[in-house]
Design a protein around this ligand. Sequence first.
Ligand code: GDP
Length: 195
Amino acid sequence: LFAGEVEFLKGVVAMSGLPPADRLEVCFAGRSNVGKSSLINALTGRKAIARASNTPGRTQEINFFTAADSHYIVDLPGYGFANAPVAVVEKWQRLLKQYLSGRPTLRRAFVLIDARHGAKKVDEEIMALLDRAAVPFQVVMTKIDKVKKSELDQSLGLTRAALAKHPAAYPELVLTSSEKGDGIETLRAIVAGLS
Ligand code: GDP
């Protein structure tokens, strides 16, 4: 679906900067270091496509990529800015809320969770935001190549328990490894199947 046709469009810092809502949109959210850039790169078949989002200055922007003229792929920066000033965090949270509740073409959010850890408090916070904005979301477990089956089962258990509290959550999790390629085709098919 996306190979070779994904381009960085723009980083958005205010609602007025959003591109026209003229195509399907999916967004990806996750704590920094969860493997979001790697996953977007694997999904789009492009190396370094999402590196832009991790460069200083882009971490408080909503980053838009165009995919094959039919979709926007939106990279939401890592949340839980532990060291950012309060004003920065508040501005970002305001933008995030406005974006999530004001984007009619946003079909699904993918919340990335590290398979080693399961859902954490900040993940639950973004899930609560998605509930309130009524944006359907699906959890993508990342880095499954790094865990033993018993550890994976444990973090799946934690994550499923967390999801049960969130009405906007899809119950099915997608298990991925950007390193090994697991789950990437599944995720691509999910995105391609949205209408
Ligand atoms: P981001 O901050 O969420 O964009 O995370 P990155 O994509 O930059 O990944 C953070 C670190 O995790 C990097 O060192 C990646 O190489 C590593 N990583 C990402 N995905 C995987 C994966 O599926 N398997 C393994 N083993 N490492 C991964």
